[in-house]
Design a protein around this ligand. Structure first.
Ligand code: SF4
Length: 195
């Protein structure tokens, strides 16, 4: 059973929540060519369903696994076509919880790698912390290994900071996934604007 802490943070048991039990493979929204969900121009996919239920969540409607419309081959083809534009830097996965919708998100990131290799980067937001993900189910670890940057952790209202780039609260980290997995230490993502 998950527990709720006094600050509103929900902590699931290890491997308690599973895509196969929860996800309806619904998409809350798709936004091509936007510049707020990571660096550069990006295509953002918002999946439906999240169990963390953070107070102050930026996308309450997408907490519901029933919300939105079913993921489809037509949408996937549209995303791939949009990513093909040379000015698009990459794909962003948000929600909802991308790691509780791996039926959609793993399929999509694998297609993106097939089509573009590593010429497009892939970012994902998640309510799980990095440390939690490393002990999670195989599908979540597979998704983690397939992406470039994960923005981790629940949104915590008491730690909200509007000056942060790409994050809502200061507990959340932008983590370079391949480098962190390789070294066993968290390597944070930064760019010239963070110097
Ligand atoms: S993890 Fe993200 S999507 Fe889920 S409830 Fe918290 S803020 Fe909302």
């Amino acid at each position: 059973m998950s527990t709720k802490l006094s600050n509103g943070i929900t902590v699931p048991e290890k491997q308690e929540w599973r895509t196969e039990d929860l996800s309806l493979s619904n998409i809350a929204d798709y936004k091509p060519f936007i510049m707020v969900d990571g660096p550069g121009v990006r295509c953002s996919v918002y999946v439906s369903g999240c169990k963390f239920l953070c107070p102050g969540c930026y996308n309450v409607a997408a907490q519901n696994f029933n919300y939105g419309t079913p993921y489809s081959k037509a949408l996937e083809d549209q995303i791939i076509d949009d990513l093909r534009q040379p000015y698009v830097q990459g794909l962003t996965l948000l929600g909802g919880e991308p790691f509780l919708n791996t039926g959609v998100t793993l399929q999509l990131v694998r297609r993106v790698r097939e089509e573009f290799g590593h010429t497009k980067d892939i970012w994902s937001w998640t309510g799980y912390t990095w440390e939690e993900l490393l002990e999670e189910t195989d599908d979540k670890k597979a998704l983690l290994k397939a992406i470039d940057v994960v923005v981790d952790g629940r949104f915590i209202q008491a730690l909200m900071d509007l000056t942060l780039r790409f994050r809502g609260s200061s507990n959340q980290r932008m983590i370079r996934v391949p480098e962190s997995l390789q070294t066993g230490e968290i390597v944070l993502w930064t760019d010239e604007y963070d110097q």
